[in-house]
Ligand binder design. Structure first.
Ligand code: ZN
Length: 346
């Protein structure tokens, strides 16, 4: 073998070696790559499973909230909330218009007194601002009146007509309801229609509502669960029966307020009363009370009642709305981040 040939042989061997390496590398890659990919996918799948399980748990918990019953409502109106006219609100600004449709009322955290089923997972509630503050500020800066029409003690046989009137006028209102069963369709209609559905205790029976913090909490939790069960809405907006200035509370009102705060509930009184808590008012009187109250201030939370015997209120409503629209008042439903009107009784 000449020296040339030996060199050639050595080169060839080298080449073969190189090819061998390449082939081995390719084979290894073919085996390892899918394995690695499999491992990665497996991990991903696991974490997704976990997420699904968490979500499922959240849903299950939500469903549990709707397990309660509790149906001993007194259909009777508790009459004669001697509505005080409350502290006037202090937004003093001049005005112009611009309408804002605002986000629908959102949800609070779980209330519950100790013996109620607690929704742990449901804490993922959307408490982002509704943007109502800016809309209100803008309206006030433009010299417009801001008005919240609120109806207590419903629903009842007239609620449908009231909703018709509000819808016809394109107005959203706030309903502080009690646990009067049998009007579930109206409650759904409120929520779907963009009105605010809020709590006014389950029974409205002063003696039970204010007996102690346990009965107070029970009244709220029962109603809250009922609303949730019917509409899917978990509301945190509340109004005291008789207002926070009522004379029926056994404990200092601050203790009930502390309970609300502890449970992330917001409460609203009113600073304009239609006076329809008293019997025998004419529609003209209701109209007059509401309009003169609104006249006095820039932001008005108007108290009215949605209950069968308040015919004057139902009669006055279209006229009230017409007059408010004529002066370009901004009529809004209460949202959980609406600046509250409180009677501020110690
Ligand atoms: Zn009431």
């Amino acid at each position: 073998m000449s020296g040339e040939e030996t060199k050639e042989l050595a080169r060839r061997r080298k080449r073969v070696k190189l090819y061998k390496r390449i082939i081995i590398f390719i084979i290894i890659s073919i085996i390892i790559l899918p394995t690695v990919l499999c491992v990665i996918l497996f991990c991903k799948m696991n974490s997704m499973h976990k997420e699904i399980r968490n979500l499922q748990a959240a849903f299950d918990n939500k469903d549990k909230v709707s397990d309660n019953k509790g149906n001993n409502v007194s259909q009777e109106e508790t009459p004669g909330i001697s509505d005080n006219t409350g502290t006037p609100n202090k937004a003093d600004n001049p005005t112009k218009p611009d309408d804002g449709s605002y986000k629908e009322q959102t949800k609070p955290e779980e209330t519950t007194s100790k013996d109620e089923p607690q929704t742990t997972e449901a804490e993922t509630k959307d408490l982002s601002p509704t943007g109502q503050k800016q809309i209100v500020e803008k309206a006030l800066a433009e010299g417009r009146k801001v008005v919240y029409l609120t109806f207590d003690d419903g629903p009842c046989g007239n609620t449908g007509n009231l909703l018709d009137a509000l819808d016809a006028a394109g107005v959203k209102a706030t309903f502080f309801i009690n646990g009067h069963t049998g009007y579930e369709d109206q409650l759904k209609r409120m929520v779907e229609g963009g009105h605010t559905l809020a709590m006014h205790t389950y029974t409205h029976e002063y003696e039970h509502v204010y007996r102690n913090l346990d009965t107070f909490g029970e009244e709220i939790t029962t109603l809250r669960q009922y609303i949730y069960e019917v509409t899917g809405l978990d509301t945190n907006i509340f109004r005291f029966p008789g207002g926070s200035s009522n004379s029926k509370a056994v404990l200092p009102i601050s203790e009930y307020i502390a309970y609300l705060e502890k449970n992330n509930l917001v409460y609203y009184d009113w600073n304009v009363s239609s006076g329809d808590g008293s019997e025998g008012l004419t529609a003209d009187q209701v109209y007059g009370n509401v309009m003169s109250g609104i006249e006095r201030q820039d932001v008005s939370v108007v108290l009215m009642h949605d209950s069968v015997n308040k015919l004057s209120t139902y009669e006055a409503i279209p006229r009230i709305i017409e007059s408010l629209q004529a002066i370009d008042a901004l009529i809004l439903p209460i949202a959980y981040d609406t600046t509250p009107v409180h009677h501020n009784v110690k």
